[in-house]
Design a protein around this ligand. Structure first.
Ligand code: HT9
Ligand code: FE2
Length: 302
């Protein structure tokens, strides 16, 4: 079925305790011109959750779900997991893969879109990790999957579920991580987000208005990033007479910190302050349809 002999789950990584928070943030922002105050503020988001990001647990769950999917379909392929910014670091995983005799692996990245942060940076991570490990296996990133049923269908159900928790006429608001306008691939990232949001909106609430907005901006104030920010947008909607919002984090695959803090705490508080009813749609996480995506994508490879 495939000439690959392993699957690599490649993710962002996150702290597993308070003492990890600062070193993790230093890893993420090395050489990236993020203001010190922003780092301290983001550190507080993590401390609010005991210094533990949900992302590593979510990756372990997704890895198990992918293994279960492979087993259920007779695909005898080991699944490895490595991260860009925290343990298990990708280079260590690649070293283990080599030791286990892996020759050619396919990488499934926990980011669905094109663009620098969402695709190219992960390709760079793979290249750098392979350089660190003499005789490293070949590693090919599987294609961008933001238009695939395994990614879209769980969001359709989640958007319907969020709407069902709100009064009639709630506004669908899709949100994704902002990036600098100057970032390579930004236009394609936006085009793909718009397409994914449109597809989900057309199926979850045909004919109803929807918006695509951004969150988690982190650069210096003067630098232009994708806008509007969700918090400003909520204010705007309230001013236009909207009374309820269903927020769909279409830019993410799981309920990690950018979702648990930036939406469930920050955006939810802003909505409450504005008197807006607020429901946040689930992300794919380890939905079996999402966990089947690596197998589907592998099936298209040679
Ligand atoms: C497009 C995009 C995704 C989606 C694609 C994907 O999922 O990969 C994403 C995901 C994530 N971003 C995350 C965390 C952080 N991102 C930061 C900073 C940045 N993100 C950026 C973009 C993105 N980020 C950018 C352009 C920056 C500026 C610095 C730079 O150019 O790199 C910072 C620094 C502090 C700050 O927020 O300023 C942190 C802590 C976590 C982990 C959450 C957890 O721990 O659960 C996840 C999944
Ligand atoms: Fe980020």
């Amino acid at each position: 079925m495939t000439s690959y002999d392993a699957l690599l789950l490649l993710s962002f990584g996150g702290p597993e305790g308070p003492e990890d928070v600062i070193p993790f943030l230093e890893n993420v922002t090395r050489g990236r011109n993020i203001p010190r105050e922003r780092l301290e503020e983001v550190g507080e988001h993590y401390y609010l959750f005991g210094g533990v990001s949900p992302i590593n647990r979510l990756c372990r769950e997704l890895k198990s779900a992918i293994e279960a999917d492979f087993a259920a379909h007779g695909l005898d392929l080991p699944v490895y997991w490595g991260n860009r910014n925290w343990t298990p670091y990708l280079a260590d995983t690649v070293r283990q893969m080599k030791a286990d005799g892996v020759r050619r692996a396919a990488a499934f990245v926990t980011s669905a879109y094109s663009g620098y942060s969402t695709n190219d940076q992960y390709l760079n991570d793979i290249a750098r990790a392979r350089e660190e490990v003499p005789g490293a296996p070949e590693i090919d990133k599987l294609p961008v999957y933001c238009d695939r049923p395994g990614f879209i269908d769980p969001f359709v159900d989640a958007a319907k579920d969020a709407l069902s928790r709100l009064p009639e006429g709630a506004r669908l608001v899709f949100t994704a991580h902002s990036v600098p306008l100057s970032q390579p691939g930004q236009e394609l990232y936006v085009a793909e987000l718009e397409q994914a949001a449109r597809t989900v909106a057309d199926r979850a609430a045909p004919g109803a208005p929807w918006d695509l907005v951004y969150q988690s901006r982190s650069g210096p104030p003067g630098q232009p990033w994708l806008e509007p920010q969700i918090t400003d947008h909520l204010e705007n909607l309230q001013g236009k007479g909207v009374r309820a919002v269903a927020v769909v984090p279409i830019g993410f695959v799981s309920d990690h910190m950018e979702v648990k803090y930036d939406l469930d705490v920050e955006a939810a508080e802003r909505a409450a302050g504005l008197g807006l009813a607020f429901a946040r749609a689930a992300t794919p996480g380890s939905d079996p349809r999402f966990a089947a995506l690596p197998r589907h994508l592998l099936g298209e490879t040679r």
